[in-house]
Design a protein around this ligand. Structure first.
Ligand code: SF4
Length: 619
């Protein structure tokens, strides 16, 4: 077996109460790496099209990558995979912290859970053994309480836990698991899938090591990576303030959502208010730095908030995405409301992006008279009203009144209430994250046409365009190859189990190819990366195609692509030609523009996609 793997996958059927271990084949590892690469391949084989995302036949997987838990830097991530109850298609979402490395050290490359348990359960995994345990006594606890309770019950404070909170238990579609108390594979409804299965948590403890092919080479690459970071101008700010180092700048540049994507930060929010949400301002609550497993950057922070309207005690610094969704997107500059919202989402297990942007949609509908005070259970949801935001979020977390509807997302609420659909800001039904396609046009292609829609952690040229001058980024000719290259690299980076923020502090793609060679012990050239990334991308795409999702079903709200364009601010007048960007990408990826099908020849050339060829082409 090549390096980087425990060599074992766990399959859990909660209906039958069965656990089965299977060896991980070298073919599977070489071809799909890990994370959502292996996840897509296995779910494609295990699942039939058309299954209810909240039914027993949906499978949810928890997968570290081959890098996860090794001595490579930035290697703390794992991914959850499942069919999304929000989009009805493929979903993956990744998370940092320590849960993924612990799972690898416990001897598993993947855990797949199917079925529905008759009662609440948790999975206890320890050093190569696994069992299903009763979780009735944990049902109702929030994610932090669950982690603490399991550490005490199992008698080991080093236990790592991925758990749902009350939002997942009541199968709110915006629910996500939370690992390590505050890290989240947040998007796409994984918490709802766990809740529907009555899977409260997975607790892991592993004391093993992850075998790698060339440990000395990994240490040498680590040194080179640290040097790259030291020489990069963004490193000090990222190290000090993490993702919040970009909050104020992103609000003012036009990158961040403002007023449900209808506003311009410099005009509608202003510099002073933007600074109030910056890392510098929020860090008055900082107690200490937080870093994921083996991360030299440590971009998180632990806070202590003991005064004000919501004295939270120990809490965490909100990430940029959270700060945007609960800040300028709602025209709110009240830091205590932001901190409270972050804490509620972490404890109840809610996706902060979708929760904040669902409130943004409701807020716009309220301001326009589409939703009334009565619709919102008496809450006056005016722009910037922190008290109202927290009150509505709490209702969503508690599943109470209008909150029970909004906890399923803005598209769901618009459908159920039959109003406000024209103000949704979504991609295929999921709320758009905090990077504006009008500033990085390629993001529109990624949000709309990636098989996991509406994600800032999926690849493409968009993120790299954010800082480019207009003449270099509003270019719609010849983007396909670069878009495909960036996308496939991100597929590889994510599937290996690395954190993409390394790229923000100067770590080069080549460094990750070098890590792959050192960990796996096989050549991993840029061409290997492109082919492997495209194979993984095609596997995710095939999952959606089998569900009947074609390019025509992939939608993006018009406002975020500048239809109509903004009238003020740095992005005034910008309209994105996403049709052209998509056409370029589809051509480069050998995807049919109408059906979305990858060409047979390209699938055959990539290899290891026989079942996809069979399903798409009949033999
Ligand atoms: S950069 Fe931040 S999110 Fe990424 S691994 Fe390090 S601490 Fe975790």
């Amino acid at each position: 077996m090549i390096g980087g793997y425990a060599g074992k996958m766990l399959f859990v059927d909660l209906t039958r109460g069965e656990l089965v271990e299977r060896s991980l084949s070298e073919d599977l590892a070489r071809s799909f790496l890990g994370g959502y690469g292996i996840g897509a391949k296995v779910l494609y084989e295990m699942m039939q099209p058309g299954v209810d995302p909240l039914g027993p036949d949906n499978v949810i997987g928890f997968l570290p990558g081959p890098a996860t838990g090794t001595r490579a830097l930035f290697c703390g991530r794992y991914t959850i995979v499942h069919k999304s109850p929000i989009t009805g298609g493929w979903n993956d979402a990744n998370s940092g912290g320590y849960f993924g490395p612990e799972l690898k050290k416990a001897g598993y490359d993947a855990v797949f859970v199917s079925g529905i348990s008759p009662k609440p359960v948790y999975l206890w995994i320890k050093d190569g053994t696994a069992e299903i345990r009763d979780a009735s006594h944990l049902w109702g606890l929030d994610t932090k309480e669950t982690w603490a309770a399991l550490q005490e019950e199992l008698g080991d404070e080093k236990i790592r836990v991925a758990a749902i909170g009350p939002s997942g238990e009541r199968v709110s579609l915006l629910a996500c698991p939370i690992n390590d108390g505050h890290r989240a594979p947040g998007r796409g409804g994984g918490g709802a899938v766990m809740g529907a299965k009555r899977l409260k948590a997975i607790a892991v403890r592993g004391t093993g090591t992850v075998p790698v092919a060339n440990p000395e080479k990994i240490l040498a690459i680590n040194k080179a990576v640290v040097k790259m970071m030291q020489e990069h101008p963004a490193t000090p700010a990222w190290s000090e303030y993490g993702t919040t180092s970009i909050t104020a700048g992103s609000i003012l540049s036009g990158d961040c959502a403002v007023k449900n994507w209808a506003g311009a930060g410099i005009v509608d929010f202003g510099e002073e208010r933007a600074q109030k949400l910056s890392g510098e301002a929020l860090d008055k609550y900082k107690v200490k730095k937080y870093g994921c497993y083996n991360c030299p950057l440590g971009c998180g922070a632990e806070y202590e908030v003991n005064a004000g309207r919501w004295p939270l005690g120990p809490t965490e610094r909100p990430e940029y995405e959270t700060s945007g969704a609960f800040g300028p997107a709602l025209l709110c500059d009240e830091e205590d409301a932001l901190l409270k919202a972050n804490e509620v989402c972490n404890r109840y297990g809610l996706d902060t992006i979708s929760a904040g942007m669902t409130i943004a949609w409701a807020m716009e509908c309220y301001e326009r008279g589409i939703l009334t005070k009565e619709d919102l259970d008496g809450i006056e949801l005016t722009w910037g009203n922190g008290e109202a935001i927290v009150a509505l979020l709490q209702k969503m977390a508690d599943g109470e009144g209008c909150g029970a509807v909004l906890a399923n997302g803005s598209a769901y609420a618009a459908r159920v209430w039959n109003k406000g659909a024209e103000y949704l800001q979504t991609a295929s039904g999921i709320e758009i994250p905090m990077h504006d396609p009008r500033l990085g046009p390629g993001l529109a292609r990624t949000y709309q046409f990636d098989p996991t829609p509406g994600r800032h952690v999926k690849g493409g040229i968009g993120i790299g365009q954010l800082g480019l001058p207009p003449e270099e980024k509003y270019v719609y000719e010849g983007t396909g190859e670069a878009d495909l290259k960036a996308t496939t690299f991100q597929e590889v980076l994510n599937s290996l189990g690395f954190c993409m923020f390394a790229l923000s502090v100067g770590v080069t793609p080549q460094a990750f190819h070098d890590y792959a060679e050192a960990i796996l012990g096989i050549p991993f050239t840029a061409e290997d990366s492109l082919n492997t990334g495209l194979r993984i991308l095609n596997m995710r795409l095939a999952f959606n195609l089998r569900e009947g999702i074609t390019p025509a079903d992939c939608t993006i709200s018009e406002r975020v692509v500048g239809k109509p364009p903004l009238e003020a601010g740095p992005l005034a007048g910008v309209t994105i030609d996403n049709e052209k960007l998509a056409r370029n990408f589809f051509t480069a990826a050998h995807w049919d523009l109408e059906t979305g099908k990858p060409s047979r020849a390209s699938l055959e050339q990539l290899g290891q996609l026989e079942e996809v060829i069979r399903d798409l082409y009949g033999s």
